[in-house]
Design a binder for this molecule. Structure first.
Ligand code: ADP
Ligand code: F6P
Length: 321
């Protein structure tokens, strides 16, 4: 039986580019002659029947906007089989037979459960963390990295004026990818990530030596999965004798207009998800690997863990002397 009607929702931590992905899903669905619905507030909206029909104009003038017009939520009830069954039933009652879920690893778990209940589901990787396997990048990651790089550029000026060290705590939940990419791009002297061991004494000794040789600032990026920036800064100050200031970037990394990279990634993935559904595919996580669009079984993706890019980390060690 061919697909006639799909819905789209955004779930988990929001990310810049989610609106571009929603726009692509809606416009591609309409292009293929499907009815398309937007679910408000993630899986909670499924349970509350907070579902409205979308048209071309519903997604006008949003590609440049951060956040998500469908809003997002974390929904405890959806962890239960009863909640999942209720969500599937509500979709069926509206004659909706396909669903695109834009979110992170947790949202993919929910999407997989709906697929098992007969809803033809596609996942799109939407999170700034870039911690989803079977895709090189997630929607929002590029924008979050650009925000951190811009912040470090600003910090470098004032740290140089005062000949201080700056510890910058960045997001990523348990992933070090934002710290790694932003650290390399901003020329940080040290990058601390949960995936790799590090030696604060050696870092402090190198800082002291660099300052003695005339270096006038030091930038240390700390992924939140390593620990609190304040704690790391206190240890480094004690070990190096160099004054440290701490900046916790927090949710600033989750807002603002998406970069063109994220807008294009989101547009490609949103359209790809609809094309796969129209082709009769379901239960897949969409992604991009070496520039190619791929669809991988959700069953496989939810059980996998994204590998950390050690070669890029080793590059950062070679360049940040
Ligand atoms: P993210 O998608 O960014 O990883 P969460 O982990 O908070 O965010 O998950 C978002 C939502 O996905 C949760 O609030 C819940 O409704 C749903 N979800 C997460 N994990 C599961 C699971 N194992 N089974 C069913 N639903 C889940
Ligand atoms: O998963 C995205 C993310 O921004 C993480 O990097 C961060 O740890 C978490 O969400 C913050 O969650 P909340 O927005 O619920 O405070």
């Amino acid at each position: 039986m061919s697909l006639k009607s799909i819905a789209v929702l955004t779930s988990g931590g929001d990310s810049q580019g989610m609106n571009a992905a929603v726009r692509a899903v809606v416009r591609s669905a309409l292009y293929h002659g499907l009815d398309v619905y937007g679910v408000q507030r993630g899986f909670q909206g499924l349970l509350n029947n907070d579902i409205r029909k979308m048209d071309l104009r519903s997604v006008g003038d949003i590609i440049q906007r951060g956040g998500t017009i469908l809003q997002t939520a974390r929904c405890e009830e959806f962890y239960s089989p009863e909640g999942q069954a209720k969500g599937a039933e509500n979709l069926r009652k509206m004659g909706i037979d396909g669903l695109v879920v834009i979110g992170g690893n947790g949202s993919y778990q929910g999407a997989n459960k709906l697929n098992e209940l007969g809803i033809k589901t596609m996942g799109i990787p939407g999170t700034i963390d870039n911690d989803i396997p079977y895709t090189d990048f997630t929607i929002g990651f590029d924008t979050a990295v650009s925000i951190v790089v811009d912040a470090v550029n600003k910090l470098r000026d004032t740290m140089t004026s005062h000949e201080r060290s700056s510890v910058v705590e960045v997001m990523g939940r348990h992933s070090g990818y934002i710290a790694l990419y932003a650290g390399i791009a901003s020329g940080a002297e040290s990058i601390l990530v949960p995936e790799m061991p590090f030696d604060l004494e050696a870092i402090a000794a190198r800082m002291r030596e660099n300052f003695q040789q005339g270096k006038r600032h030091s930038i240390i990026l700390v992924a939140e999965g390593v620990g609190k920036g304040d704690d790391i800064a206190a240890k480094i100050t004690a070990l190096s004798g160099i004054e440290c200031r701490v900046t916790v970037l927090g949710h600033i990394q989750r807002g603002g207009t998406p970069t063109h990279n994220d807008r294009i990634l989101a547009s490609r993935l949103g359209d790809f998800a609809v094309q796969r559904l129209v082709a009769g595919d379901s239960g897949k996580a969409c992604g991009i690997i070496r520039g190619e669009l791929v669809a991988t079984d959700l069953d496989v993706v939810v059980k996998a863990k994204k590998e950390f890019d050690r070669s890029l980390y080793e590059l950062s060690l070679r360049l940040s002397q």
